[in-house]
Design a protein around this ligand. Structure first.
Ligand code: AMP
Ligand code: MG
Length: 518
């Protein structure tokens, strides 16, 4: 009894009581210079750099769940605002490169993210990273800061994604810095001062596809090899990359994890917005929340990112293909370590195969089909076409479908943006086919588990941001709580949050239009 009690007290402690590791710094080559100006940092995986002190750090949002996992009591804003370094922390910025919008962009790196250290827990090690805590050698022409709106979007969405069952980095805290940051939000010559903020995010590591690419691009195969060995030893202990076959097995594993992540995005209607290879986690986690968005109207051609509005490279319906393209660029980076690079086709093939299987499984669950039959393909293709006939809300459509009593589109009319313009006959035809297929008895539990009732719609995040910008974080708190249980009915929240996009949000910046400015 006494022992349990003592352990409990130790578990919920301060940053000082955590066990800090620096495996990445110890096992991979780094920059000999500490901090310093923006520059190229050849032959390195990282640069030591201290966060910039915030003039008036205030902890505004706190993930109690993440904190419990780490064993942390709610602190003040000092450490999480970059103003204090605890013994055991060895802060650094990671070096990486990446393909941005299809083009090789050279060295990128953590331009505004600084890792505090790795925390050893009973069964895992988690890295804590501050996003928005000042310049690093990788900041290029920018200030290393982050603004409140983008920090709220990252905090709320990464936690919401976790509760939706989508692999993701997590958030521990959001601190306002007490400093104003200048941003030209839509890149249209209208710069304005915004509230500065820092999110502390958490993941097994923030290693990306681009972390490997940068070394191959500069012909530094020795650092490439060291980074591969570190990554496998630390994060994939069941794997060995001593030969080609081991490498291919490891890469196949990553391909599968990537397929799992993207199939979840498709299930819940998430559009990442900037699937550059520097934003692809080696763990298959959703990472770097920027101009992401959620499908409201079911339009596979939609992307919230105005920076991508002409090509729409990262539109919802193209995410699976981009996953393959990004994996191909990552695998190319591993070629110098192989005798028979043609074997890499196997790993890439695994992505396509696993993704196709997961898509079938997804539709089986979303439609309560029980198991997949060949003939279901037609049903699914027809459904996808019908959902695009008129403006139809993805989340509401699938959620109402979970409780439909007979094949009549009337009971789903709330999912349509214009109730006077529902293609009733076509829908009733489709619903009858579906009803016949499931013999009037869909697997409703599967459907509920696959079709969330509440997601972080763009306008919901915007309402939270509007309130927070005038000092009121209660909407952030409300959404944080709501989105902890996205599959639950929560009838008390229905009227406010189980709603289609309101008209005011149709063309509003922050809702339908977002840029990379953050
Ligand atoms: P992202 O598109 O947000 O993933 O960022 C692409 C690159 O730009 C990364 O190397 C970031 O670290 C860097 N970056 C983005 N915003 C800033 C900023 N405010 N200051 C410095 N670097 C930044
Ligand atoms: Mg990024």
């Amino acid at each position: 009894m006494f022992k349990t009690h003592t352990r409990l007290v130790i578990r919920m402690g301060s940053f000082k009581s955590l066990e800090w590791l620096s495996r990445f710094l110890k096992e991979t080559p780094g920059d000999s210079q500490v901090g310093g100006v923006t520059r190229q940092v050849p032959n390195a995986c990282w640069s030591r750099v201290k966060p910039t002190r915030s003039p008036d750090p205030k902890l505004m949002l706190w993930s109690e769940e993440m904190a419990t996992k780490l064993g942390l009591k709610r602190p003040n804003g000092d450490v999480l605002g970059g103003s204090s370094i605890i013994e055991g922390m060895d802060p650094y910025a990671q070096r990486y490169g990446g393909h941005q919008f299809g083009n090789w962009a050279g060295q990128l790196g953590d331009g505004r993210a600084i890792t505090l250290g790795e925390v050893k827990l009973e069964n895992e090690v988690l890295e804590l990273q501050l996003k928005g805590s000042g310049v690093t050698p990788y900041s290029r022409f920018a200030d290393g800061k982050a603004v409140l709106r983008s920090s709220i979007r990252e905090f709320l969405c990464s936690e919401a994604m976790h509760h939706l069952g989508v692999p993701t980095t997590r958030a521990l805290s959001l601190v306002t810095t007490g400093e104003k940051v200048l941003r030209d939000m839509m890149y249209n010559g209208n710069p304005a001062l915004e509230t500065g903020a820092i999110v502390c995010r958490v993941a097994p590591s923030f290693i990306r596809f681009g972390s490997f690419q940068i070394h191959t691009a500069s012909d530094d195969y020795s650092t490439l090899k060291t980074l591969v060995e570190h990554t496998v030893k630390t994060h994939y202990p069941g794997h060995s990359v001593a030969d080609d076959s081991g490498l291919v097995k490891w890469l196949t594993h990553i391909a599968e994890q990537t397929a799992v992540m993207i199939s979840h995005w498709m299930r819940v209607g998430f559009v990442h917005g900037v699937m550059n290879t520097d934003n692809m986690s080696i763990h298959g986690l959703t990472i770097d929340y920027g101009p992401y968005g959620w499908l409201e109207d079911y339009n596979p051609g939609w992307t919230p990112n105005t920076t991508d509005s002409s090509m729409r490279r990262y539109r919802y319906g193209q995410q699976p293909k981009i996953g393959a393209w990004n994996l191909a660029r990552f695998f190319e980076a591993i070629v110098p370590l192989m005798d028979e690079p043609a074997l890499l086709h196997e790993a890439l093939g695994a992505y396509t195969e696993v993704f196709a299987e997961l898509q079938n499984e997804m539709w089986v669950k979303k439609l309560g089909l029980g198991s997949f039959q060949e003939s279901d393909e037609t049903l699914i293709v027809e459904l996808n076409a019908l959902l695009q006939e008129v403006e139809t809300d993805m989340t509401i459509f699938f959620r109402l479908l979970c409780s439909i009593k007979q094949p009549d589109i009337k009971s789903l009319s709330d999912a349509f943006y214009d109730s006077t313009n529902i293609p009733t006959e076509q829908w009733n035809d489709w619903l009858s086919k579906w009803w016949k297929r499931i013999e009037g008895s869909p697997n409703r539990q599967d459907m509920i588990d696959a079709n969330p009732k509440y997601v972080l719609r763009n306008w919901m995040a915007q309402l939270a941001i509007d309130a927070a910008e005038s000092g009121d974080f209660s909407v952030c708190e409300e959404l944080y709580e709501l989105l902890k249980n996205p599959y639950d009915e929560q009838p008390e929240h229905e009227e406010k949050w189980f709603q289609k996009r309101p008209e005011w949000a149709r063309n509003r910046v922050g809702c339908s239009m977002l840029s990379c400015s953050s």
